[in-house]
Design a binder for this molecule. Structure first.
Ligand SMILES: [Zn+2]
Length: 208
């Protein structure tokens, strides 16, 4: 299943969550966006060689990494002082330069490190947890740990911190159900999937 389909299903689950919480229009839009993003997240493990099913194109990853680098520079300039300010600007600039010439997997790794560092600086637990998730996704093989029960549990913990940071009811549910929707859509029980997912890694590597 391609990225657009995964995102659409995730956004749909976000909409259902919003309805069940009786959210207003603004919150509904937020939950739809969170569900859509959560529906894409498990495929962060794609290494770019699966050209027919690329969820994140190298160009897109590059653009995101450059935006993060740019934000790091701006944030350090505005919030930092002295040495810290210049270090932050240096890291941000380094990330923008690196993003322009290295491979997608390495890029993902650097993005993960950048997001973790941002989360740490901003004291946002969900953000550094997400950074570590991205970092792990850049090492594991496709449809492995990010497509397992362990992945769901990790993402669920992150989602709880995100919900308490945003203070919006339903964020946790939109995240987790959006994420789970991706895994279900990748399962072998569906006739259009030739491969399944290794849901019970590391206990069993049987494809389901
Ligand atoms: Zn997938």
């Amino acid at each position: 299943m391609n990225g657009t389909a995964h995102m659409a299903i995730g956004a749909g689950t976000g909409f259902i969550v919003a309805n069940s919480f009786g959210s207003g229009p603004g919150i509904t839009a937020t939950l739809v966006a969170i569900g859509g993003v959560s529906g894409l997240i498990p495929d962060l493990d794609i290494d770019g060689k699966l050209s027919n099913k690329v969820t994140f194109s190298p160009k897109m990853i590059r653009a995101v990494a450059q935006i993060i680098g740019c934000l790091m520079m701006v944030y350090s300039y505005l919030e930092g002082s002295g040495k810290e300010q210049w270090l932050g600007i240096g890291y941000g600039a380094g990330m923008m330069i690196l993003a322009s010439f290295i491979t997608q997997r390495r890029m993902l790794m650097i993005t993960g490190i950048g997001v973790t560092a941002c989360g740490w600086q901003l004291n946002e637990t969900w953000l550094w947890l997400l950074g570590i998730f991205i970092l792990i996704a850049s090492f594991v093989s496709h449809r492995s740990y990010t497509h397992s029960v362990l992945g769901i549990i990790y993402y669920g913990i992150m989602a709880q911190y995100l919900e308490s940071s945003l203070m919006i009811d339903g964020v946790f549910e939109a995240c987790v159900i959006g994420y789970v929707s991706h895994l279900i859509a990748d399962m072998k029980i569906l006739p259009f999937n030739k491969r399944g997912i290794k849901l019970f890694l590391p206990l069993s590597s049987k494809e389901i």
